[in-house]
Write a protein that binds this ligand. Structure first.
Ligand SMILES: [Zn+2]
Length: 331
């Protein structure tokens, strides 16, 4: 008999809830803005939405509920703490849902859910060593080594966005520390990195750039989308910025290759999915050889696209990784 479960993806912008089968087919889904749920309001909405979805597809019994969420999390207590980019505050998520539906409920960081999705339903199915990277508002990761999902002492084994890639620490990260990868290459921080690069660029080049034209010279109006779009049009300054972002991404990816020795790295997140592939993926592939000592793995944009976290959450509910189960049961 086919088993069904619930997958939940709680992101900075959207909350997605889906009911799916064990082979990863999503039968029904509901999407809502995260900003609609200040404080702890999300719990009741999730419970109602799950009930409605079960009714809609006539599934009487689910095997479990899996959640991939923006952090910081306390995955042992099943809580979302206080995310910087969403209004959720100290949400006790796991135990109320477990009580209401009488099934196991599991919570992981969204990028961890991403790598679970990749391993169970994506290109990672035949691999034991996989890294998933999200290039989004922030930069996050999930990692399998030798078939084991990495967890760490506090559940933060893959906080890859906060690896130091610039020892001079020119830019400050959202976490408050300097020189972190995310401070240069996340969707939120690319404009800041661009301003730094523009301040060091040839004046004439800046003057004739479409970036100057489109912002009226007020570079506080820069967005990552604008920079990629104008680079794609051939604007030289925008191209330079995109190339620098690509080179720093290559440094970040080389560290992942050197440390985890993966067979496959997949990339998701809005920066990777919404901008031209040749401007995001190619600079990484072209530059990584300069920094990596280990054999370069396959590096590709996730074929699961926007559903990678949702599918990972579904997979988490179906078949929670052993290292994760051991971690939440320990103290
Ligand atoms: Zn940081």
């Amino acid at each position: 008999m086919t088993r069904f479960a619930i997958g939940i993806d709680i992101g900075a912008t959207w909350v997605r809830v889906a009911i799916g089968s064990e082979d990863g087919e999503l039968l029904g889904r509901v999407v809502e803005k995260t900003s609609k749920f200040p404080g702890t309001d999300i719990v009741r909405w999730l419970a109602d939405t799950i009930s409605a979805l079960m009714q809609k597809v006539s599934v009487k019994k689910i095997s479990g509920i899996g959640i991939g969420s923006i952090g910081p999390l306390d995955i042992r207590r099943g809580m979302i703490l206080t995310p910087v980019n969403a209004p959720l505050r100290n949400v006790n998520l796991v135990s109320p849902l477990r009580k209401k539906f009488s099934v196991p409920v599991y919570l992981v960081n969204d990028a961890t859910a991403g790598v679970i999705g990749e391993k169970m339903y994506g290109r990672g199915e035949k691999y034991e060593n996989i890294v998933y990277v999200t290039l989004s508002t922030g930069i996050g990761g999930g990692v399998y080594v030798d078939g084991n999902l990495l967890i760490g002492k506090d559940g933060n084994a893959a906080e890859i966005g906060h690896m130091v890639i610039d020892m001079e620490g020119k830019l400050v990260c959202g976490c408050g520390k300097r020189g972190h990868w995310e401070a240069y290459c996340s969707g939120k921080n690319i404009p800041n990195f661009a301003r730094y690069l523009i301040s060091r660029s040839d004046e004439e080049l800046v003057k004739r750039s479409l970036l100057t034209k489109e912002t009226g010279g007020d570079f506080s109006k820069l967005t990552a989308e604008m920079i990629f779009r104008l680079a794609d049009k051939g604007d030289e300054l925008a191209r330079n910025i995109v190339n620098e972002v690509g080179r720093l991404n290559a440094i970040g990816f080389s560290v992942l290759v050197n440390m985890y020795d993966p067979e496959l790295i997949t990339i998701g997140g809005a920066v990777a999915l919404k901008n031209p592939k040749h401007l995001v993926l190619n600079p990484i592939i072209e530059n990584i050889g300069e920094y990596a000592i280990n054999r370069i793995p396959r590096i590709e944009i996730t074929t699961l696209r926007e559903d990678v976290v949702l599918l990972g959450a579904l997979g988490l509910a179906m078949e929670p990784p052993e290292t994760y189960l051991r971690y939440i049961k320990s103290d």
